[in-house]
Ligand binder design. Structure first.
Ligand SMILES: [Fe+2]
Ligand SMILES: [Fe+2]
Length: 458
C-alpha cells in the first residue's frame, strides 16, 4: 500500500501514526494492515498514535523477527515537466557529490571557477557527465557540468582508460587534471563515488536465501519443469528462510510488439493464476519477497511501486510485495533489490562489457555500485523524475541483487555480494536476436551463516 492508502485506513480507525511507523507498514496489504491494527487496539485500547514500537512485534509475527524493510521507494507520481526533471537531476548531483566529497576529502572547485583558472594549473571538479565523445583528433573527451557551468575534459592518461570506459552519461564523478590552453581540463585521474570496503558482519541468523527472477509465467518459453523442481527443492530445504523474487514473475501482456504470439496465457489475471499454482506450493515457513520488473502490471517508470493489491488474491500469504528498488534487512544484513533494467544500457555503452555472460553481468553491476546509482543513464528506459532520486545508492548494501538479463552472475565487489539469479525462461526469439546466451534454471543461494553464495541448477 502507498502512504496515502495507509493514512486513509488509519483515519478510518481514528488513529494517527508516527513517520517511522508509516515506513514499516508500506509492505503490507490492506487486509494485513487491518489485522495488525485490530491486534494493536486490543493491546493498547487508549492509543491514538501508533508508534513503531507498537507495530514491531505484530510485524515480527507476520514476517519473522529478523526481516525488516530498510528502504521502499515512494514512487511518487510525476507530470513530466522540465522543472521536475531539473529538480531530479539536481538532487542526484548534490547527493552523489556529497558522497564523493565525504568519502575522498577532495578539495573541488565549481566549474565556473575552474574556467577562470590559468593554463597548466592543477584542478579538481565534481560534475555530471553530459556527453562523451571523440575529439576531432580521435581522442576521447567528456563534457562535464555542475550548477555553475560546463567544461570539456580530455582523456590524456591512457592508464585510466578502463576507468574512463566505465563512466556513463548522467553519472556523477570527480575529475582531476590541469587546465588546458582553451579552458578545458586535461584529465589526470577520474574519481568515482565508489563504495568503502564492507566489513564482514557477525552472524545474527542462520539460514539460506534463494534468489530467483525472470520466471516469465504465461510465456510459451517458461520452463515449468525446471521451476517445479526448484519449488520441490525449496520445500525440502529445511534451512531455507527466504526466496527473493527479483521481478518478471509473469510475462505480462503488451510488453513488446508481437508478444501475443509467444504467450500461453493471454491476460495477466490468468498468468497470476498460473503463478499462484506454483507459489502456493512453497511451504508457508518460507517468506517470499517480490519486487516488480518490466513485465509486471504496474507503472513502467522507475522507481516502480509494488504490484497492485488487486492481484494479491493470486499471491500466497507468505509473499510480501515491495517496490523496485527496495532494500530489506535480514539478520542484520542489508539486501538491495533492483530488477536491473539499466543493465541493458551498461552493456550497450560501456566498452568491453560485451559479450553478456556471467562475468560481464557482475562487472556491469559492480560499475553501478562504483557510480552509486542503479540506473545512471537517463532516458534509456523510463525513469520518473521524483523530487528525490530514489535510484541513488545512498546506503551501501551487503548484497546487491538484480535480474532482467536472464544470465546468472555471482561475484563480489569490495565485500558486497553481487547476485543475478538468471531466469526460468528458455531462449526467446527476441533474446536470440540480442545474442544473449540465457541460463535457465539457475538459482544463487546465500548462506547467511557463512555469507557464501552457491549456485543450484534446475
Ligand atoms: Fe525478464
Ligand atoms: Fe526484465
Amino acid at each position: 500500500m502507498d502512504e496515502r492508502d495507509i493514512i486513509r485506513v488509519m483515519l478510518s480507525h481514528d488513529l494517527n501514526l508516527t513517520p517511522d511507523a508509516l515506513d514499516i507498514l508500506k509492505g503490507f496489504s490492506e487486509d494485513q494492515l487491518n489485522e495488525i491494527l485490530e491486534r494493536i487496539s486490543e493491546k493498547f485500547p487508549d492509543a491514538a498514535v501508533i508508534t513503531r514500537e507498537m507495530i514491531e512485534p505484530e510485524r515480527a509475527e507476520k514476517f519473522e523477527e529478523m526481516l525488516s524493510i530498510e528502504f521502499q521507494a515512494s514512487a511518487s507520481a510525476v507530470e513530466g515537466t522540465l522543472d521536475e526533471f531539473l529538480r531530479y537531476m539536481r538532487d542526484r548531483f548534490s547527493r552523489i557529490q556529497g558522497i564523493i566529497l565525504s568519502r575522498t576529502g577532495l578539495k573541488a572547485v565549481e566549474i565556473a571557477a575552474a574556467k577562470r583558472m590559468s593554463q597548466g594549473e592543477s584542478v579538481t571538479i565534481v560534475g555530471m557527465v553530459r556527453e562523451k565523445k571523440k575529439t576531432k583528433q580521435g581522442g576521447e573527451m567528456m563534457l562535464i557540468e555542475d550548477i555553475s557551468g560546463e567544461i570539456p575534459c580530455f582523456l590524456q592518461n591512457g592508464a585510466i582508460k578502463e576507468r574512463y570506459n566505465r563512466v556513463v552519461k548522467d553519472s556523477v564523478i570527480a575529475v582531476n587534471g590541469t587546465i588546458t590552453k582553451n579552458g578545458g581540463i586535461n584529465v589526470r585521474n577520474i574519481i568515482f563515488p565508489d563504495i568503502p570496503q564492507r566489513e564482514r558482519k557477525p552472524v545474527r541468523m542462520e539460514g539460506k536465501i534463494a534468489f530467483i527472477s525472470d520466471i516469465h509465467i504465461g510465456s510459451k518459453y517458461f520452463n515449468r519443469k525446471a521451476f517445479s523442481s526448484f519449488i520441490e527443492w525449496a520445500s525440502n530445504e529445511d534451512n531455507l528462510k527466504y526466496i527473493i523474487l527479483c521481478g518478471d514473475l509473469i510475462d505480462g501482456v503488451g510488453v513488446y510488439p508481437g508478444q501475443e504470439a509467444e504467450l500461453e496465457a493471454s491476460n495477466v489475471w490468468e498468468q497470476y493464476k498460473m503463478a499462484s499454482e506454483f507459489l502456493s506450493r512453497i511451504p508457508k515457513r518460507i517468506k517470499v519477497i517480490y519486487i516488480p520488473g518490466n513485465h509486471e502490471p504496474v507503472r513502467q517508470s522507475e522507481p516502480q511501486p509494488p504490484v497492485p493489491d488487486k492481484y494479491s488474491e493470486f499471491l500466497p500469504e507468505n509473499l510480501m510485495k515491495l517496490s523496485n528498488p527496495s532494500t530489506i534487512g535480514v539478520g542484520g544484513i542489508r539486501i538491495m533489490l533492483y530488477h536491473g533494467r539499466s543493465l541493458n544500457a551498461m552493456f550497450k555503452y560501456v566498452p568491453g562489457m560485451q559479450p553478456v555472460n556471467s562475468s560481464s553481468v557482475v562487472r556491469a553491476m559492480e560499475t553501478l555500485l562504483m557510480l552509486r546509482h542503479l540506473a545512471p543513464i537517463y532516458g534509456e528506459h523510463p525513469i520518473a523524475p521524483g523530487s528525490r532520486d530514489e535510484l541513488v545508492i545512498e546506503e551501501v548494501p551487503d548484497v546487491l541483487c538484480m535480474g532482467h538479463i536472464h544470465v546468472y552472475g555471482i561475484g563480489e565487489y569490495k565485500g558486497v555480494k553481487l547476485i543475478n539469479p538468471g531466469t526460468f525462461q528458455e531462449e526467446t526469439p527476441y533474446i536470440r536476436k540480442m545474442g544473449i546466451e540465457v541460463t535457465p534454471g539457475t538459482v544463487p543461494v546465500l548462506d547467511l551463516g557463512t555469507m557464501n553464495v552457491s549456485l543450484e541448477r534446475f
